[in-house]
Design a protein around this ligand. Structure first.
Ligand SMILES: [Fe+2]
Length: 237
């Protein structure tokens, strides 16, 4: 939103105040924006605290968006492309420095946008659909067993990264990615391996350190209290 306003302002200035909407529309093409959370910063209390959410969304995610926009603005080949188009063809970016910037910040933008839509306010988590329950039971035996395996993957992700529950070849699979690598990336470490993401958890310290410090397993346990199972279930199939 801030970026778009910046483009509009620049467009207005460049056009001498004339044709604002046309200039803004053209200037904003291909620009990425910080999405709304869809709930308040305090909606996930007491499981994920408001201060963490405000900093996580307003500072960390916003910075990924800002840096992605800066990178794309200077790369003619990337202008006008959607984020899945860019992340799905990272290896086509020949400038290695630009590729790294897009990988980190484009991945950060995609991962966080997906993460916010995976969470529901406390008390509104719901439960997995019948189809998702059947898939989970078929692969892991029970929801609790799946959560145990997911927690183990979260605990063993060294440093910063993400843990995912994916659907691949009709089966569920738990995996993790380092840094801001996203499941939809191709041409990097996650190339073709992860499948379609159903659910993802940010295990960077910025996601939990204020409240949980070094106790990542406590944060993972709290995460299950605010998973939006309706949204996750809709991703299946
Ligand atoms: Fe994060």
């Amino acid at each position: 939103m801030l970026k778009r306003r910046g483009f509009i302002k620049a467009g207005t200035f460049a056009a001498g105040g004339l044709l604002v909407s046309a200039s803004a529309g053209k200037a904003a093409e291909g620009a990425f924006e910080l999405p709304e959370l869809g709930y308040g910063f305090d909606a996930l209390e007491p499981y994920i605290d408001a201060a963490t959410m405000e900093i996580h969304h307003g500072k960390h995610h916003a910075t990924y968006v800002l840096k992605l926009n800066e990178a794309v603005a200077g790369a003619a080949d990337l202008k006008g492309k959607s984020l899945p188009e860019i992340l799905g063809n990272l290896s086509e970016i020949k400038d290695k420095s630009l590729m790294a910037t897009v990988r980190n910040n484009g991945g950060g933008h995609w991962n966080h946008s997906f993460f916010w839509k995976t969470l529901a306010p406390a008390g509104k988590s719901g439960k997995p659909s019948d189809d998702l329950t059947a898939a989970i039971n078929g692969e892991y035996g029970s929801l609790a067993k799946m959560q145990e395996a997911f927690g183990a993957a979260a605990a063993s992700r060294f440093g910063s990264g993400w843990v995912w529950l994916n659907e691949k070849d009709g089966k569920l699979k738990i995996s993790s990615t380092p840094n801001q690598d996203a499941p939809i990336m191709k041409g990097v470490v996650a190339d073709g391996e992860l499948g379609k993401p159903l659910l993802g958890l940010d295990v960077w310290e910025h996601a939990y350190y204020l409240k949980y410090q070094n106790k990542r397993p406590d944060y993972v346990a709290a995460f299950w209290k605010v998973v939006d199972w309706e949204a996750v279930s809709k991703r299946l199939g």
